[in-house]
Structures are given as C-alpha cells and as structure tokens.
Ligand binder design. Structure first.
Ligand code: A3P
Length: 316
C-alpha cells in the first residue's frame, strides 16, 4: 500500500504520554485524547504522524506545500493546484482526472504519506508553520497557506467530526473547546498567525490566502496560485479561457456533484481516519455559521479573533 506511512504506531507513545492532555471532544473513538505539543493541541495519531514527518519526510527545494487548518478549503485548493500545475498534460477539461478521483488522491498529506509517494512535487499538511520540519523552511520550499473565517471553519469542523464519529457532538461543548483552542491543530489563531507572520517576512515563499477571498474572486486567485507555483498562465492560455476552465472544474458545484465525490467510499489517502469522499463536500458557503451559532456566540468568537490578531495586521 503506497499510502502506508512508515509510522510505528507505538514508537512515540512514550513521549506523548508525558505531555499535557485533555479529552478530545471532537475525536472519533480512535483518538480519546488531545495532547499539547509545542503550543498546539493534536490528536494522538496526528501527533505521532507529525513526529514521523520530522523523522522521515525529506523535502526537496522544489516542493510546494499546501498548508491549512482542517476545514479551511484544503480539498478545493488541492484541486486547483493539481489542475493548474498539470494543465499542459491534462488539457481536456471534458475528461479530466478530477472527474474520477478525489483531489486528495493527487496531492498527498505529508503526515500520512511521509514516503513522498506522489507524482507531483506538491504536498499538503495541517501541521502549523512553526512546527513544520526545519528543513522545509531552510530549503525554501514554497508554502501555500489557506485560512478561513473561524466561525464558518468551526461549524464545518463540528459537522465533519459529527459525521466521522457517526454521532452528534453537543455544539455548546465543541464551541467551548474550540474557543479555548483545544481542538486538533488548535488554537486556530496560533496556527494562522504563524503562517501570516512568515508570509509577511518571506512573501516570495509563502502565499497566504483566505477562503472568503477565493470564493469572491477565484479567477484572480487561480492566476496568483499559478504565478506562485512558477507556472504562470501565458497570454495564449488566458485567451483560450484556461483560467476560467480551471475555476469551473474545481468549483463546489462541479466537484461536489461528481460521482466520485458523492460516494461514501473511504479515501485511502486519508490514512487511519478512513474518511469518506463525500465528507469533504458539505455546503461550500460563506456565512453558514449563522444557521448554527447564536449572534452572541459569533460575536464572542470575533472578539477572541480581534484580540489575538491585534497588532498583526490580520483580520477576519
Ligand atoms: P463546509 O463544511 O462549510 O461546506 P477541507 O477541504 O479543508 O476539509 O474543507 C472542507 C470545506 O470546504 C467544507 O466547507 C467544504 O464544503 C468546502 N469545499 C469543498 N470543496 C469546495 C470547493 N470546490 N469550493 C468551495 N468550498 C469547498
């Protein structure tokens, strides 16, 4: 199995057992606890994977790393990057590989496939910037970071976890934990701030984007992603409408209606979690939080965000 990571599941347990831990209110039964490691909380298996990445993943200077907090729109970004990067090879947009395979099958997670099993030099991760292996930064791999409004992200995450767990998680409990930053890869604010600050320092190395901005103007963002990946669209390609074709191909509307993404087959690229393809497509809307959170809950999250981002130049 090419997706098998070289993780020895118990190898890191000893170190992990010494870390502060909390019950994981979001987790599937697989991970009972969430552990604090270098300022971030991770599910047990996620933390084992991170430790394994540090030991086994050997980045190349030409690698491009897609970095996100879970539920920021990673699946969408994977599709966009794949279609953009391979547009010369896969130039038939009426029978594209994305019609028959999940975006996750083309761009692997380094935490799951640390052995670099990928045709493309493009990988994805949920590991926060400050915890990425040092050599990713030193080798100057490019990083594309996608962020998302925490209110929508929280609702997306909560819904996703309920589905994965196959039982309801009380919204109020999940909300309290999220606000305290105790969710896998949280605190959400710190995850974002690490990449945001680095993107200001190394703008040529880190492209920092927001889900809402991409939704607003996907055309401009596809062009920006292509430039950042060093494969800008030529004038001729633009005349052929290639940018718009990629936008359409990767839209929520198109991808979520494809048989491959509607089915409940477990995606092997998602590792031990065994996530069904259709779990990555829910609504794809901005502002859906209003259907679940009270105005007070939304305002409280905004308040935390304002406070945490104060002076950083970043806002949501
Ligand atoms: P919602 O739950 O709010 O609908 P991730 O890929 O990081 O797990 O994020 C999943 C979120 O992105 C889900 O948000 C999902 O519906 C949304 N999404 C998936 N594909 C998308 C697309 N092509 N365009 C916009 N949003 C998309």
């Amino acid at each position: 199995n090419t997706n098998e990571s070289p993780i020895n599941p118990t190898k890191y347990r000893e170190i992990i057992s010494t870390l502060p831990r909390q019950p994981n209110v979001f987790a599937p039964p697989l991970d009972q606890y969430i552990h604090k490691y270098q300022g971030f909380w991770f599910r047990t298996t996620m933390l084992e994977s991170i430790m394994s990445v540090h030991e086994h993943f050997t980045p190349q200077p030409t690698d491009i790393i897609i970095c996100t907090n879970p539920k920021s729109g990673t699946t969408w970004l994977k599709a966009l990057c794949f279609a953009t990067f391979t547009r010369t090879r896969f130039n038939d947009f009426s029978s594209h590989p994305l019609f028959t395979k999940s975006p996750h099958d083309f761009i692997p997670w380094i935490e799951i496939s640390a052995n670099r099993e990928s045709e493309l030099p493009v990988f994805a991760t949920h590991i926060p910037y400050t915890l990425l292996p040092k050599y990713i930064v030193e080798l100057k791999c490019k990083i594309i970071y996608l962020s998302r409004d925490p209110k929508d992200l929280f609702i997306s995450y909560w819904q996703f976890m309920c589905k994965l767990r196959k039982e309801a998680i009380p919204l109020e409990t999940a909300y309290q934990y999220f606000c305290k930053g105790i969710n896998s890869c949280g605190p959400w604010w710190d995850h974002i701030l690490g990449s945001w600050k680095a993107s200001l320092e190394f703008p040529e190395k880190i492209l920092f984007m927001k889900y809402e901005d991409m939704m607003n103007d996907p055309f401009s963002y596809v062009k920006r992603i292509a430039e950042f990946m060093s494969c800008p669209f030529s004038a001729e390609e633009e005349r052929q409408g290639l940018v718009q074709k990629i936008v359409n191909l990767c839209s929520f509307e198109t991808l979520s209606n494809l048989e491959v993404n509607r089915n409940s087959l477990e995606n092997s690229a998602t590792g031990a979690l065994k996530i069904e393809n259709n779990s990555f497509f829910r609504k794809g809307k901005v502002g859906d939080w209003k259907n679940y959170l009270t105005a007070e809950m939304g305002a409280h999250l905004d308040q935390i965000t304002e406070q945490k981002f104060s002076g950083s130049g970043l806002s949501f």
